[in-house]
Design a protein around this ligand. Sequence first.
Ligand code: TYD
Length: 228
Amino acid sequence: MEEINKELLQQFRPPAFPGSFFISFEGIEGAGKTTQINRIKDYLEDKDFRVLVLREPGGTPYGEKLRKAILETSTNIHPVAESYLFASARAQLLTEVVLKELNTPNTIIICDRYLDSTIAYQGIARELGVQRILETHNVFPLHLVPHRTIYVKIDLETSLKRQEMRNNPKDYFESQDHSFHQKLIDGYDLASELFPERISVVDGKRDFDEVYLSIRQQIDDLIFKKED
Ligand code: TYD
C-alpha cells in the first residue's frame, strides 16, 4: 500500500468555530446517504440547531456549473483534470459558504460528499494516488476538514442490488464498471485508516432505521460530548 507522509496527514484539521459543526457524509452509490442526511437534518433542527445541507460538487453557483460540466460530460476526463475540478468547486464552497455560515453559533453544516470522495474516486479508483490528492489539498482553505465524517459503508453486491431496484439513469461515475466501484470501497477503507478520529464507519447494509440510530449516536457523541 502507498506510504503516506504523517506530517502531511496532520495538516488536515477542522475549522475552529465554537458551538458550530461541520459534518460530511460519504459512501458509494446506494449507500443511502441522502435518506440519512435528511433524517439527521430533521433531528438536529428539533434540537434547535440551524442546519444547512450542501452537496459536492456544488453548493455555489460556480460549483453547480462545474458539477454539470463533469457529471454531464460525454468525453473522458483526465484524472488530473477531474481532481482539480473537484478541488476548485470545494475551495469556492469553503470560502463562499462553509466558513461564513459556521461563524453563526449553533450552526451545523452537513456536506453530502467531501475530501474522502476525492481520495476514493480520484486517488484510488482513478489511480492518482492518495499522497498526490492530499498534497493538492494542503493549502488554505482546502486543508480544512469536517469535525466528523460519516462513512455509510456497503459492499458492491448491495450497491448493485439497490441500483437495480432504483433503475435511475446513470451519470458519468455511475456508469463505470464493477472494478471501479470495488476500488471506491478500497479507497474509503484507506481514508478511514488514515483519518480514524474523523471518520466513523457505519454499516449501511442494515435496515435504514438501524443505520440511522448508529449515525445519530455518532453525531450525539460529537455535538453533546462533555467538555473536559
Ligand atoms: P452525485 O449525483 O451527487 O452522487 P451521489 O448521489 O452518489 O452522492 O454526483 C457526484 C459524483 O461525483 C459522485 O459519483 C461522486 C463524484 N465525486 C468525485 O468523483 N470526486 C469528488 O471529490 C466528489 C465530491 C464527487
